[in-house]
Structure formats: structure tokens, C-alpha cells
Design a binder for this molecule. Structure first.
Ligand SMILES: Cc1ncc(COP(=O)(O)O)c(C=O)c1O
Length: 415
């Protein structure tokens, strides 16, 4: 049986990304991927943000290979291991302390959705409240608790059960960009007929990623922090997709100078695409009972080794500054070469996460297909999947970045 036929015959219909990127991939390096026919692709999707430091990053891979060669333990539940000690040490002392961030770390099951499940559970436990607010356009994961905080109707429909305990707040970019979300939340709190319960927490992606790359303004984030303080609501930043220096600073909220009560991380915290997820939580919130949010795969030692190396690589190579520089390069190209093209409605983004809003999903489907045929891996996002998403590795070279953007420009021109 031909390889593609194997997938089509035996793998569940739930398959998703492979439908629009129909190659059988074999190897990858940096920003390049190769298929079984030897065709080279430029990667502008980055494993949905899991490969911020590129495919098979030499430094990170070297540390993992060294560890494997020494018969390092590969799985350990939450036993104390040298690999975990190394990760915690670098996370706390090299990353958080210099940023004046004081968090304990909770390792959850290794997917982003599990980190959000844990943060939501803890917020409810700490406050004794049941409801959580999230913003329209948000994506927090596909398991029941996180899905309740995810706004896309099609995703929610898949739950097959009532998704409760969540209220969606309209985002400031809605209603023509003039929606006063803070004023609306103030009204929910003040009006004794609003029907709104005080939430345990507010979850936010400071740049909504799946929702269409909407950047929440710095002042808005500061106002949100003040609102949460005023009413004793916990602020949870989901930095699963736009953390790990994607927006320029390691944490996407740093630009606003705020400190969330909890932060969830996954995807690129695993260094080279290995599964790892965690919750950073303020010490006083740590009222968990032992094992209260347990999970077998909270002890992925290779992910911890790669995760430590990923943070080291990020710091040693000043990736934050590199992203700011390359982000501006991308922004300038997009503003001068892509934004003026017909059918382009709006361009949005920050650092190396950007979107080109088209008039319709038919156009973005065409762009994605054109890109693939010209050896560029890209994805769609936003309402009706009507935006083209640009999310290359943070280590991409300037030439590769501009080459990929040029392919997208040509795709739009040939619409
Ligand atoms: C912001 C955000 N939160 C949570 C998740 C869920 O992560 P996972 O797919 O690893 O469960 C994602 C995945 O795309 C995400 O972008």
C-alpha cells in the first residue's frame, strides 16, 4: 500500500493539518522540511508554535543525544530527577529571576490543554467560585474544561456535552475595533441585574493566535490587570502559542509590564517539539493537595532536558532581540508589499506571529495551496479560517523570511 493510502485508510477522519499539507515528511533542519521525494519546503508554521528554535536545533538536539547516550532516565512520573532539577534551575534562576518574576512551577500532562485545565481548576479551588471569563476569539484547548473557554463554535460542538462554567467577553477589536471590554466587564460587576457571577479567573491570550492574530493593546492589558485586582479575580495568561519569545519578549505580557497570577506554557517550552506543559503560579495560590492534578506523563525527561537547553539557547543567542529585529523586517515587507494588494483586508501581528486578513476563506485556502505548491508550509487562522498565518521559527534567516513572504505575496497576486 502506498504511504498516503495508509493514512487515508487507517488513520481516523479526525486528521486535520495533513489534509492541506499533503506530503509525507521525512527530515527537517532549521526552517526546512523534506518529504519522501526529497522535495524541500520552507516552514512558516513551525509545528503550530512548537518549534520556535527551529527543527533539530543543534544545541538542543546535542543535549538530548548526550542524555540518551548516557542512559539518562526517560520517564519518571514526578520523581525527583537530575533532568528536572536542571530544568527548574534554569527556568527559575536564568529566566524568571532576571525578569523579576516570582512563580512556582507545576508540571501538568504535556499538552497545552492540560496546563489550562490545571490553571482553571486551581483558580476555582482558590477562589471558591465556578465561573471563568474568556475573550471571544480565544483558543485554550480541546479537552472539556479548556474547550469551555474556547470560543469557536465548531470546536465546541465536538464536545457532545454541555460546556459550562465560562462566560465570553467581547474582545476590544470587535465592533469595528471600538469595543470597550473593560467598561463592559465593569458593567457586569456593577449591575445587579447583569446575571453575571464574579469569575474565579479571566483567561487571556495577549495575542489571540487561533482567533486570527489579534494583538491586545498594552494599555488594555494593564487595565485588565487593574480590573482583576479591584475584584479579586485571578488573571491567567495563556502563553502556550505566543510565549517563548514569539512576540519579542519571552513572555507575551512583558510588553505591558504586568504580572499575571498564573501563566500557562507548552509547545516551544519543550525546546525542540518534545511534549512539555506547565503552569507558573504565584506561591500563595499553591494550595494543591498532593496528586490533586496528577498525570502519568508529567515526567517526560527528554522534554525537560530539551526544555532546559531551549531556554539556554534562547538566552545565549539573544533570541528576544532577534525576534524584535526580524519582526520589524517582516512588518515592513508586509506593509509595503502585501497590505496594498487587492483582497487584503487587514494585516496584524507582533514579532514573528502575523496574519494577513483576506476577504474570504476561499482566498486563504487558495493561498495555502499555492504556498504548498511553491514549497512553503503555512496555515490559516481566524474567523472562518480567513486569515493567512505567518509563524516561522524564530531562528529563521532573513533571506528565508523574505523568500517565504514573497511566495505569499505572489499567491495573493495570482488570486
Ligand atoms: C493559546 C493556546 N492555548 C492552548 C492550546 C492547546 O494546546 P495543545 O494543543 O497542546 O493542547 C493551544 C494550541 O494551539 C493554543 O494555541
Amino acid at each position: 500500500m502506498e504511504k498516503k493510502e495508509l493514512f487515508e485508510t487507517y488513520e481516523s477522519e479526525v486528521r486535520s493539518y495533513c489534509r492541506n499539507l499533503p506530503a509525507v515528511f521525512t527530515t527537517a533542519k532549521g526552517s526546512k522540511m523534506y518529504d519522501d521525494a526529497g522535495v524541500e519546503y520552507l516552514d512558516f508554521f513551525d509545528g503550530a508554535g512548537a518549534l520556535n528554535y527551529g527543527h533539530n536545533n543543534d544545541y538542543i538536539k546535542g543535549k538530548v543525544l548526550e542524555y540518551l547516550a548516557a542512559d539518562g532516565i526517560t520517564h519518571a512520573l514526578d520523581l525527583m530527577t537530575e533532568a528536572k532539577a536542571g530544568f527548574i534551575d534554569v527556568l527559575e534562576n536564568k529566566l524568571l529571576k532576571p525578569k523579576n518574576l516570582d512563580y512556582k512551577v507545576q508540571f501538568t500532562g504535556p499538552t497545552g490543554t492540560n496546563a489550562n485545565e490545571a490553571a482553571a481548576k486551581l483558580a476555582r479551588k482558590v477562589t471558591g467560585r465556578t465561573n471563568i471569563w474568556a475573550f471571544m476569539g480565544s483558543f485554550h484547548g480541546m479537552t472539556a474544561g479548556s474547550l469551555a473557554l474556547t470560543s469557536q463554535k465548531a470546536d465546541r460542538a465536538g464536545a457532545g456535552m454541555p460546556l459550562s462554567g465560562a462566560t465570553f467577553i467581547p474582545s476590544p477589536y470587535m465592533l469595528g475595533g471600538n469595543f470597550d471590554s473593560i467598561g463592559y466587564m465593569e458593567m457586569l460587576m456593577a449591575d445587579d441585574h447583569s446575571g453575571a457571577d464574579t469569575p474565579a479567573a479571566i483567561f487571556i491570550e495577549t495575542v489571540q493566535a487561533e482567533g486570527g492574530i489579534y494583538v491586545f493593546a498594552e494599555q488594555f492589558l494593564r487595565d485588565l490587570r487593574a480590573f482583576c485586582d479591584k475584584y479579586g479575580i485571578l488573571l491567567v495568561v495563556d502563553d502556550i502559542q505566543v510565549g517563548n519569545a514569539r512576540t519579542g519578549k519571552f513572555f507575551s505580557f512583558e510588553r505591558a509590564g504586568i504580572v499575571p497570577d498564573m501563566v500557562t506554557l507548552s509547545k516551544s517550552i519543550g525546546g525542540m517539539g518534545l511534549p512539555l506543559a506547565l503552569v507558573l503560579l504565584k506561591g500563595e495560590l499553591d494550595i494543591w493537595k498532593p496528586g490533586e492534578h496528577n498525570g502519568t506523563f508529567r515526567g517526560m525527561q527528554l522534554s525537560l532536558v530539551a526544555g532546559k537547553a531551549g531556554i539556554e539557547y534562547m538566552l545565549e543567542n539573544d533570541i528576544e532581540a532577534e525576534v524584535e529585529r526580524k519582526g520589524l523586517l517582516a512588518q515592513e515587507y508586509i506593509a509595503s508589499e502585501i497590505a496594498p494588494l487587492s483582497h487584503v483586508v487587514e494585516v496584524r501581528g507582533l514579532g514573528l506571529v502575523r496574519a494577513i486578513q483576506m476577504e474570504s476563506p476561499v482566498q486563504t485556502a487558495f493561498i495555502q495551496k499555492y504556498n504548498f505548491e511553491h514549497q512553503l508550509i503555512s496555515e490559516r487562522c481566524g474567523r472562518d479560517s480567513s486569515a493567512t498565518k505567518i509563524m516561522p521559527a524564530l531562528t529563521i534567516s532573513d533571506d528565508e523570511l523574505l523568500k517565504g513572504l514573497e511566495i505569499i505575496k505572489n499567491a495573493i497576486k495570482s488570486l
